[in-house]
Design a protein around this ligand. Structure first.
Ligand SMILES: NC(=O)c1ccc[n+]([C@@H]2O[C@H](COP(=O)([O-])OP(=O)(O)OC[C@H]3O[C@@H](n4cnc5c(N)ncnc54)[C@H](O)[C@@H]3O)[C@@H](O)[C@H]2O)c1
Length: 679
């Protein structure tokens, strides 16, 4: 079959003739079957909704096919329209377009759907099991068409995967405004989501999937490296983790990075994964050094690696609960505590639809039961979570340190009835800490977060130049003088960026992640923009960040888990961030319900900004990035956080036009009790 060109891809939905229906490609992994349990009326509505994208002459051909997809897979993906093209981020110059900004968006979209990057490419899922770029393939074709035709006087409006259209705007406005999963709060239950997704009217955009800013597992390798390093410092008092064992689960989209991170920090990472496809993908990629199906072998290998202080990433093909229980057994039999650090990165934000596989069933059986009997599946997940926590508790009582990896593991375990209570803790705390605040060291309050950029030339030599620029910029900032807390963060990040090229972390687009604060982000963006202007970097660079950041995400058990003024369940910060970025120069902005910890549990947003070397791009980077960081720091300061207070004071000193409302301390807390008693 002939491949189509980018020009054909941007020509709109192919209708004359319709492409042949090749069905699903069995050569790529597929999303778990969705179980929306639609009524007959709702099924009809889902079908009607899907057919809206096509003229009536094709309805008799497409209706039975779409109905079959709905029955078989629980969603209408429109497999017939999955384009016959090598899906990847092409150099920006190859996209047909009227503005380079739109071409940059196309570059990012195609990266999110690249089979080397995406978890379930044919279901348009980038990561996290259900992180959709679009809901169906008709939307993809339409979006590519709109982007190739748009001018700087238009904005593309995206409603949960659906392109509402190009609307007149102006060159200073975002070129794309995306909202994903925005529903009326009372209708934000998981059940509502399953139905609305099947109807094709909403979707789960995760964080960077639905905003086109995913850069492959590298994004999380960096975060995981910092997390494991900091966990070692904090819990084990060690800088060097040689011979220390980190046990966790998941080798999927994000979780796969744990294997690489273990190798980067030089410890022994042992990662359980039930899905052979995911395991083999990471092994072939070289991120997982060894694999085994045998727990006996696993134990022997851990012992040897500990003895020899080897750097190792070992994939165990099996259920994480079996691995934890075996580690308990080993301890009980021999007194050897074979694990020092532990976590979990199954997709617990989506536990009943294939995110978490219960230990009582094989992988294949689990997928069957999930579709056949969702209630039984749910019960098994709950039992499995309780067994997992019970084993973790036993090992942690003996000295292992465990943390929640931002996947709602502890939240779901609590809902399942597991013993994860934090005695005397505050509302959002559990028996084990969440990695964001407790391990990473309250970095968000200092303004640090996962900043990243993508070289749209697709040329590795451009990435090398930008790595060099970023490292030099950070060294300059340190030389100008920063606080000790900030210097520590910078030092870890300088080491990261200086070694990043050698670690061959790029999967898909030529992208780099780097944790940085406001000053660092702006200085790096400005320096890169100037390099684009001078031709040192050959094509525009997109800057962006994970939504999981200082200001981007309101998530009471993760990013905002240390907000103690009662506002942890409020989402003003993330919404304000999205709006504020949109009129301060972002090229595109996105706001999502869900992401990370699950539908209804979090609101998060992000942006893309194209650095094309122009003075306007430099100005946009300065204005937008300062808001994009200071918004969250100011909010964290208002909630009583001392680091955030100091950070925002310093920022106000540097920028006199910033004036933040500062909280007064309650010096004498007895006035509170006295006042309430008097009442
Ligand atoms: N730490 C972070 O910064 C961060 C960032 C983004 C997302 N997350 C969260 O981490 C989770 C994982 O993300 P992902 O993109 O890797 O998801 P994913 O679905 O791609 O990967 C999870 C993997 O866990 C495996 N798995 C499920 N149950 C298992 C079990 N009982 N035993 C062994 N393996 C099992 C699955 O087969 C799957 O491959 C999600 O909940 C995501 O929201 C964390």
């Amino acid at each position: 079959m002939m491949m189509i060109s980018l020009q054909e891809l941007c020509a709109g939905i192919p209708l004359h003739p319709l492409p042949p229906n090749r069905g699903r490609d069995e050569g790529v992994p597929h999303a778990p079957i969705r179980t929306p349990q639609l009524s007959a009326e709702e099924e009809k509505l889902a079908l009607e909704n899907a057919l809206r994208y096509f003229p009536p002459e094709h309805h008799s051909t497409l209706a039975p096919e779409f109905a079959e997809e709905l029955r078989q897979y629980g969603h209408i993906y429109m497999y017939r329209f999955c384009p016959k093209i090598h899906m990847r981020a092409y150099p920006i110059s190859e996209y047909p377009c009227k503005t380079q900004k739109a071409a940059a968006v196309m570059h990012m979209i195609m990266n999110n759907l690249d089979p080397a990057v995406a978890q379930f490419p044919q279901e348009l899922v980038t990561y996290g099991g259900n992180g959709q770029v679009f809901s169906n393939w008709a939307q993809f074709w339409l979006v590519m068409h709109y982007l190739s035709a748009m001018t700087e006087d238009q904005t593309l409006v995206m409603y949960s995967g659906h392109p509402l259209g190009l609307f007149p705007s102006h060159p200073g406005a975002p070129r794309v405004v995306i909202t994903n999963g925005m529903v009326i709060p009372n209708y934000s239950s998981r059940k509502d989501y399953e139905k609305m997704f099947a109807l094709g009217v909403t979707m789960y955009g995760q964080m960077t999937a639905g905003s086109y800013c995913y850069i492959g597992p590298q994004g999380i390798v960096h975060g995981t490296v910092l997390t494991v390093l900091n966990a070692g410092r904090r819990y084990l008092g060690l800088e060097d983790l040689a011979g220390k064992v980190f046990v966790t689960s998941g080798l999927g989209g994000m979780s796969g990075a744990q294997a690489k991170a273990a190798a980067v920090v030089g410890c022994i990472g042992v990662i359980a994964e039930v899905d052979e496809n995911a395991l083999v993908k990471r092994h072939k990629q070289g991120w997982l050094m060894e694999i085994t199906k045998s727990l006996d072998e696993c134990m022997q290998r851990i012992r040897k690696a500990r003895r020899d202080k080897e750097t190792l990433s070992l994939g165990y093909h099996g259920n994480i609960v079996d691995l934890w229980e075996r580690l308990v057994e080993e301890y009980e039999k021999t007194g050897d505590l074979l694990v020092d650090l532990g976590s979990d990165q199954t997709s617990c934000h989506n536990p009943f639809s294939g995110g978490y596989y219960p230990v009582q069933l094989s992988f294949t059986e689990a997928n069957e039961v999930l579709c056949r009997d969702p209630q039984v599946f749910r019960k098994l997940v709950h039992e499995s979570l309780c067994r997992q926590v019970s084993a973790i508790n036993k090992l942690s009582d003996k000295g292992m340190f465990f943390w929640d990896y931002g996947n709602a593991f502890l939240l779901e375990a609590q809902r399942a009835g597991a013993d994860v209570e934090c005695k005397g803790g505050r509302g959002t705390e559990f028996r084990y800490p969440s990695y964001v605040q407790h391990i990473m060291g309250d970095i968000f309050s200092l303004g640090f977060g996962p900043f990243r950029w993508v070289c749209t030339s697709a040329d590795p030599s451009d990435l090398k130049v930008t790595d060099q620029i970023a490292g030099d910029v950070m060294e300059d900032i340190i030389a100008q003088g920063v606080s000790d807390a900030v210097k520590k963060q910078y030092k870890d990040n300088i080491r990261w960026i200086r070694e990043a090229g050698e670690h061959k972390l790029v999967v898909g687009s030529q992208a780099r992640i780097l944790y940085s604060d406001q000053k660092g982000r702006i200085s790096i963006a400005v320096a890169i923009n100037r390099a684009v202007a001078s031709g040192q970097v050959k094509a525009p660079v997109v800057i962006s960040r994970d939504h999981h950041d200082v200001s981007g995400t309101d998530s009471p058990y993760r990013e905002t888990s240390n907000i103690y003024d009662g506002s942890a369940f409020c989402a003003d910060m993330a919404v304000q961030n999205f709006v504020g970025d949109s009129f301060r120069g972002a090229t595109w902005v996105a706001l999502h319900n869900g992401g990370g910890v699950g539908w209804g549990e979090v609101i998060n947003g992000g942006f893309g900004l194209v650095l094309d070397g122009s003075p306007e791009a430099e100005q946009n980077a300065r204005t937008m990035l300062s808001w994009d960081v200071s918004n969250g720091v100011a909010r964290r300061c208002w909630s009583g956080n001392r680091n955030a207070y100091d950070t925002i004071i310093r920022t106000m000193e540097e920028d006199r036009s910033l004036r933040v409302t500062l909280p007064y301390d309650i010096k004498d807390r007895t006035v509170l009790d006295a006042a309430l008693r008097d009442k």
